[in-house]
Design a protein around this ligand. Structure first.
Ligand SMILES: O=C(O)CCC(=O)C(=O)O
Length: 248
């Protein structure tokens, strides 16, 4: 039984993202949270400790409880409803991405976003290369309220990216910063209870936002690649959905 309707797919096609709620069972959620808190230098029961992380993004992506949020929930299957059944690399693990509450509680939207996969001095992408993927999945482990560090995206920029790369090198945006080149619409801040997931096109402009809330913003972000990616790594076909078998 599919998780996505034609309307969902049409929304993804136009906007480059789709939000779904309640993807984790209570048990999956609590099991993942136990692992998360065990690996954070903060006390789960003492909010005063939530602003001073030891390691802000613990390396627990391959832990079974964390991996399970992607592979034993509907998340991976939903991504494959976009790209086509059995098309995505099953080895992907979700990266842990936290945003800690700031002391200054004035909030404003992030002024610029980025495309993923570009070298920066700290992100592990090799200089002179660009990583590509088909679908990103940002999954919340706790309730992310407005102005509290929500994953933020610029709808429709995936279409601008596809057009741009037909005539420009993939390497043309330093650090993935295309904000001055693209026509940037108002951004959308993704909010919702634990188990909320945002599925986003791999070339959608996005950013993290300031966390002016009281809790740590706990997200797991997966970047899912097609198994045949190396066959069309540098292709930008006229049909931008050529490698999304589920949404032709
Ligand atoms: O933490 C976030 O909400 C965004 C993270 C981000 O922009 C990224 O991982 O590329």
């Amino acid at each position: 039984m599919p998780h996505l309707t034609d309307k969902d797919k049409a929304f993804f096609k136009t906007n480059g993202y789709l939000i779904k709620h309640d993807l984790l069972t209570q048990d999956q959620l609590e099991t993942a949270l136990v692992v998360v808190w065990e690996n954070l230098d903060c006390d789960r029961d003492d909010p005063d400790t939530w602003t001073k992380p030891g390691l802000s993004s613990p390396r627990i992506a391959s832990h079974p409880a964390i991996r399970s949020t992607l592979h034993d929930s509907p998340a991976f299957a939903i991504a494959e409803e976009l790209t086509g059944k059995s098309t995505l690399n099953e080895g992907a693990n979700p990266g842990v991405q936290f945003r800690f509450p700031t002391e200054d509680k004035t909030w404003e939207r992030p002024s610029r976003g980025h495309l993923d996969g570009y070298y920066t001095p700290t992100n592990g992408v090799a200089e002179g290369t660009v990583g590509r993927f088909s679908v990103g999945v940002t999954l919340y482990l706790n309730h992310v309220r407005p102005q509290s560090g929500g994953f933020t995206l610029w709808p429709g920029t995936h279409i601008q990216a596809a057009e741009h790369f037909k005539t420009h090198s993939l390497l043309c945006f330093k650090g993935g910063n295309a904000s001055e080149t693209f026509d940037m619409p108002d951004p959308v801040e993704v909010t919702g209870p634990p188990g909320t997931a945002c599925f986003w096109h791999g070339q959608l402009m996005h950013a993290g936002s300031k966390n002016a809330g009281a809790e740590i913003r706990m997200a797991l972000i997966s970047r899912l690649r097609r198994k045949d990616l190396s066959d069309h790594l540098f292709e930008f076909p006229d049909d931008i959905w050529a490698y999304y078998d589920g949404i032709h």
